[in-house]
Design a protein around this ligand. Structure first.
Ligand SMILES: [Zn+2]
Length: 400
């Protein structure tokens, strides 16, 4: 009959001694059997069975000792039983290890060598010992290795940081603000009055259930990072030079060039004597720093509620060097025009200063804004904005 862990009812030291003796003699016997058995069997299997019978986490004998002896022990005996079970655990682990070593040795040494009665020369024994040592250290080089993938900056974050660095070098600091904004910061203070048609074009995502609040306090997901400009002007007096990077939300359907979530960087400079020339010089420098010194910029009239005058900025096409033709065919990236539209800008509308307590007769300033994904798409030749948000490692690791 193979050994089974007995349920204890008597926890006196004498009864425990007897139970431990019974277990140890079974352990001894089984470990001998394993070593003998291997002479006939493939050596791993009896040893593995031996190991699992004693050490398996689920139903091994050591686990049963915990359940049947330790947990069942009454309070005063717990410490004594615990010590004995711990001792037994060490002994079992040791025996299992020894059995494995003995098997390795037996495997490395021919049967006739360990056969009693045959004398083996010392140098031969030493050679066997070396083989045993080598066998126990054997590493299976055919096993797949452990891969530790190295992370990389996401292309959108990378582009954003590059752009921030360009403006930092021009003396701009970085400001951030909340993504959930009030109507006041996202629209009203930026000179979009209620019912202004420009609000329709923004496809705003509003937070539900706020009908009881006054309109300007209602919450929405910001549609641009411009609210940060207002918050900045509220907390500091000119001179102000900040860039505001961040995530924005619009109720746009997902396609190759639109995403309901994207990133923007906006900039704001307010001081005495700031003119449109400063705006042109700043953006021309920034575009050259980002896309190369050969890039040209051009400004043409546009409309934004918070700037007056306003302009869209185009850069000469970086794919066809502004020629409109590439490899003898019309350039697809600029639709053969030689120009790519990249950002919006303008002089801050004096009405905006009214919302932040700046003296419009004393100060002037400019603001600009651009989409980070749009720039990353141009820089890296990505053809679908969705790739940035799909989390596909095959795409992302190209930027590592
Ligand atoms: Zn082109």
């Amino acid at each position: 009959m193979p050994y089974t862990v007995s349920k204890l009812t008597d926890f006196s030291p004498a009864a425990l001694d007897a139970a431990v003796r019974e277990l140890l003699s079974a352990l001894e016997e089984e470990s001998e059997a394993v070593v003998c058995e291997q002479q006939m069997e493939p050596y791993e299997n009896p040893w593995k069975a031996f190991r699992d019978r004693w050490m398996a986490r689920k139903n091994g004998i050591l686990t049963q000792l915990n359940d049947l002896w330790l947990k069942a022990a009454p309070g005063p005996s717990k410490k004594d039983v615990g010590q004995r079970v711990n001792e037994l655990r060490k002994t079992v682990e040791g025996m299992v290890e020894v059995a494995q070593k003995r098997l390795l040795f037996a495997k490395a040494v021919p049967t006739e060598v360990i056969h009693p009665g045959i004398e083996v020369p010392a140098d031969e024994l030493e050679a066997y010992a070396k083989r045993v040592a080598l066998a126990s250290q054997r590493v299976d080089i055919t096993l797949p290795g452990i891969r530790r993938p190295i992370g990389a900056e996401h292309p959108v974050i990378k582009t954003m940081n590059e752009m921030i660095a360009v403006f930092r070098n021009l003396g701009f600091s970085v400001e951030e603000g909340p993504e959930v904004e009030t109507d006041f910061y996202n629209f009203e203070a930026l000179n979009f009055p209620p019912n202004h048609p420009a609000r329709d074009t923004q496809d705003t995502l509003f937070i539900a259930g706020q009908e009881s609040k006054p309109p300007r306090d209602r919450l929405l997901l910001r549609t641009h990072t411009s609210p940060v400009q207002i918050r900045t002007m509220q907390k500091m007096k000119p001179p102000v030079r900040v860039v505001c990077p961040g995530k924005v939300h619009r109720n746009d359907a997902l396609d190759a060039t639109h995403s309901p979530i994207f990133h923007q960087i906006e900039g704001l400079a307010v001081d005495t004597n700031i003119t449109f020339c400063d705006l042109k010089g700043t953006l021309d420098h920034a575009m050259k720093a980002m896309f190369g010194s050969n890039v040209k910029t051009r400004f043409y009239p546009s409309f934004f509620p918070f700037t007056e005058p306003s302009a869209d900025v185009q850069i000469s096409c970086i794919f066809c060097d502004g020629k409109g033709v590439r490899d003898g065919a019309p350039c697809r990236n600029c639709k053969a025009s030689g120009w790519i539209e990249l950002l919006g800008c303008g002089m801050v509308d004096p009405n905006v200063y009214g919302f932040v307590d700046y003296d419009a007769s004393k100060y002037s300033g400019f603001a600009f804004g651009m989409g980070v994904e749009r720039i990353a798409i141009l820089k890296y030749g990505v053809d679908d904005i969705q790739l940035f948000f799909s989390g596909d490692v095959r795409f992302l690791e190209q930027f590592g």
